[in-house]
Design a protein around this ligand. Structure first.
Ligand code: FMN
Length: 255
């Protein structure tokens, strides 16, 4: 049994390498009884600011897992900042004791810092990394990816910077431009149901937004932008092996 969250398909791709039918966290979070039993239970999700996304943390908080092999696989694009340790600490605070926590380097979809055209071209040897991870999990290996003092310092530095950002930062993060044709893709791909249509235009409500940027990457008109500088506002990303409809099916809140 694998649970995943994805904004642009990397984590879904990784999850599908491990099991044919992984379960979307954006859907499972609505399960009334979140008691899950399986021989192996995995969580696959991206790293946001070195940690698991808020949606994944909320899901873990409300769920109970009965398994003798609980594992976490974190997809990241550039610096994991000790993500394995941070995820382990978070799981530990909930009484979950993961047997295995690993990280996998994939395309970095963080639009302020990276050009998606460049990221698409880089060969990060995803399938080689995945092969080893698949073997580890098949063998039920007990292990956590090593974290260095440097990783911890990177995370501390990040937290320091974050504490200096205004509290309403996320509230003003996205802008919907005149290019919007009201196709509704943003509405269907948002895992938090933050969009609705008013006539032929999409409207974003920041309440609940986890800043995953799935909407920005999926917009066919490039009509959703960040209000902070982007590396390349013309380039957007989706994992080449994942169809947009798979991400929509994963995240759609049915509004
Ligand atoms: C809001 C946000 C924060 C991110 N933070 C980090 C980070 O701290 N370190 C990192 O290496 N990658 C970071 N990334 C990149 C993603 O973790 C990476 O591209 C991931 O594979 C995307 O997975 P997905 O396609 O399943 O959404 C971030 C991406 C976003 C959108």
């Amino acid at each position: 049994m694998i649970f995943y969250f994805t904004a642009t398909g990397n984590s879904l791709y990784a999850a599908k390498q491990l099991e044919e039918h992984p379960i979307s966290i954006a859907q499972a979070i609505h399960d009334r009884e979140k008691l899950y039993r399986a021989d192996r239970i995995g969580i696959v999700c991206p790293v946001f600011g070195h940690e698991m996304p808020q949606l994944v943390k909320e899901f873990l908080k409300g769920a109970r897992f009965e398994t003798d092999y609980f594992y976490i696989l974190l997809t990241y694009g550039n610096r994991h900042g000790g993500a394995a340790e941070l995820a382990g600490n978070f799981a530990g605070s909930l009484g979950i004791d993961p047997a295995y926590i690993n990280v996998i380097l994939m395309a970095d979809n963080f639009l302020p810092a990276f050009d998606m055209d460049e990221q698409r071209r880089l060969d990060k040897k995803v399938d080689e990394q995945m092969e080893r991870i698949r073997e580890d999990i098949a063998e039920k290996r007990r292990w956590t990816a090593p974290v260095t003092e440097r990783d911890r310092a990177v995370h501390r530095e990040f937290l320091k910077k974050l504490s200096g950002t205004p509290p309403d930062f996320l509230k003003n993060l996205y802008e919907i431009t005149e290019e919007c044709i009201g196709c509704g893709i943003c509405q269907r791909i948002c895992p938090e149901g933050c969009f609705h249509l008013e006539g032929q235009k999409s409207v974003w409500n920041s309440a609940g937004c986890i800043g995953c940027m799935a909407c920005i990457d999926a917009c066919p008109m490039l009509a959703i932008k960040l209000r902070i500088p982007e590396k390349n506002p013309k380039a957007r990303y989706r994992n080449e092996n994942i169809r947009i409809n798979e991400i929509i099916a994963a995240n759609n809140q049915g509004k």
